[in-house]
Design a binder for this molecule. Sequence first.
Ligand SMILES: C[S@@+](CC[C@H](N)C(=O)[O-])C[C@H]1O[C@@H](n2cnc3c(N)ncnc32)[C@H](O)[C@@H]1O
Length: 236
Amino acid sequence: MHLNMNGVIFLEQVAFKYELDITQKELINRRNKIDGLNLMSKIADGSIAACFFDPQYRGVLDYQNYGNEGVSRGKARSELPQMSEEIIVKFIGEIERVLRPSGHSFLWVDKFHLCEGVKPWFENLDLQIVDMLTWEKHRIGMGYRTRRKSEYLLIIQKKPIRVKDVWTQHDIPDVIMEQVKNENHPHTKPIKLQERLIRAVTKVGDIVLDPAMGSGSVWEACKNAERDFIGGDING
Ligand SMILES: C[S@@+](CC[C@H](N)C(=O)[O-])C[C@H]1O[C@@H](n2cnc3c(N)ncnc32)[C@H](O)[C@@H]1O
């Protein structure tokens, strides 16, 4: 065992592979009931290959949510713990710390946040938005004007920005249709799409993080792609 610069204890036999600290190893490939910031505080700097972050936006419940003013909200959705912008910025700061250099983070955004702009969330961080993908849900939702059929996934990379040998799949279109059926969680994201992205930016043995895992769609994608997963949800 040895200490790194931040005082995190490493096991020599796993450090060469994952750079895991002892606590982190116990949290791998399971569903942890934990606050996402607390979970990430247990993860060593630069040890995560890729991260998916799907915040429980307060904006979704705000009257400003484009196209949905006054539309009544689903019970299941309103019962989930919400994240203020301040909390989201803290999550993104931690994601930057734990991501390895040139690692990717995928941030789910709704129409409201896409239009209002999320760039300030990345100020003073070594993170850059490098691409965006639209998920066509194959299901029509609510809306006073147009009705929602899509969500957006910002593709963010930790500096140094590199494509060659880091993004290895070049057949992924930037609009993807995938239907999701999950009665147990109102925000379940498409497993196949996330699996394709995981395969594009990680190798077998890499660790993928989801600090607000909801139904666990990213974990399912990791199992399919044979990647290790670390994640949790405050709701268990
Ligand atoms: C939009 S959902 C994630 C859905 C997930 N991507 C999926 O595919 O099922 C956001 C989740 O964040 C969780 N959450 C809210 N605040 C949290 C926190 N501080 N730490 C961890 N999870 C939190 C909620 O319980 C909710 O399940």
